[in-house]
Design a protein around this ligand. Structure first.
Ligand code: ZN
Ligand code: ZN
Length: 267
């Protein structure tokens, strides 16, 4: 396990996310339409993969929206669960985590003392930019005449997403970013990492960066196992593999959604 980030909480103050998490403001029909189209193929387009590398995935709201739309709407899939699983999402964030891990653990010259640029997006969220200026309450009809209001309703229930979060809580609750956790406290003998969002608020020195990189490499490896388990004849995923996407996505896109869902007795 990585050691504690020596910076105090007062030193880290990344900018607040611009949009409320999906656990506080339900997704609009326009968002669900975009995210469902994203799950269905946009993500595989080469140009989009390079945009996603520059933007380090999606903004916090849409990263969790992407997870929720895929998990809630994908009813039939391969593997032991047979559906309601974050397949495309895990592939994307496994790749992003591996790429950052490589950059953060590379041998850096001693004078290169601040590696925050590695974990700072150089491009905005793809979904935000696609939605900009559109009427999100009344999006155009989706392909194959899909019933966007019905899909939006199902997605916003977060039923299966909440199931994953509850099931994996014993593994993630010791690893919550201490800034995201406030004012809640998550007692842990381990030393949890700040999420990416809160890590960019202060210089990231090479030794700390290497620790973060090693943890991301570990998560990426576990997510590879999870992806395998969602294929036709892949082995079953273990608890750590099932939790890896929750922890990795929270690192990229803050813990707010996970903490809200965990604290909500109605989900
Ligand atoms: Zn966005
Ligand atoms: Zn955080």
């Amino acid at each position: 396990m990585v050691s504690v980030d020596p910076r105090t909480l007062a030193e880290v103050s990344g900018p607040a996310p611009q949009l409320a998490p999906i656990s506080r403001a339900p997704m609009t029909p326009g968002e669900v339409r975009e995210l469902w189209a994203f799950v269905h193929g946009d993500i595989m387009v080469g140009g989009i993969r390079s945009i996603l590398r520059r933007s380090l995935g999606l903004c916090p709201r849409h990263a969790w929206g992407y997870a929720a739309v895929e998990i809630e709407l994908w009813e039939h899939g391969a593997g032991a669960r047979g559906g309601h699983q974050p397949f495309d999402l895990t592939i994307l964030y496994k790749d992003l985590a591996a790429e950052l891990a490589e950059k953060l653990t590379a041998h850096h010259a001693p004078w290169h003392t601040d590696l925050r640029d590695v974990i700072t997006p150089t491009q905005g969220c793809r979904i935000c930019s696609d939605l900009h200026g559109t009427d999100q309450a009344h999006p155009p009809v989706g392909y194959a005449g899909m019933n966007i209001p019905a899909l939006t309703d199902v997605s916003n229930r977060l039923q299966w997403t909440a199931g994953w979060i509850r099931e994996t809580e014993p593994l993630w609750r010791t690893q919550v970013c201490p800034v995201c956790a406030q004012p809640r406290s998550y007692h842990s003998d381990e030393h949890p990492l700040l999420c990416r969002h809160h890590m960019v608020g202060a210089p990231l020195h090479a030794a700390q960066a290497a620790q973060v990189g090693r943890r991301l490499a570990e998560l990426s490896e576990q997510m590879s196992g999870l992806v395998q388990s969602m294929t036709g004849d892949g082995p079953h995923a273990g608890p750590e593999q099932n939790a890896a996407w929750v922890i990795a996505l929270s690192w990229f896109a803050t813990w707010e959604t996970v903490l809200d869902i965990s604290a909500s007795p109605n989900r």
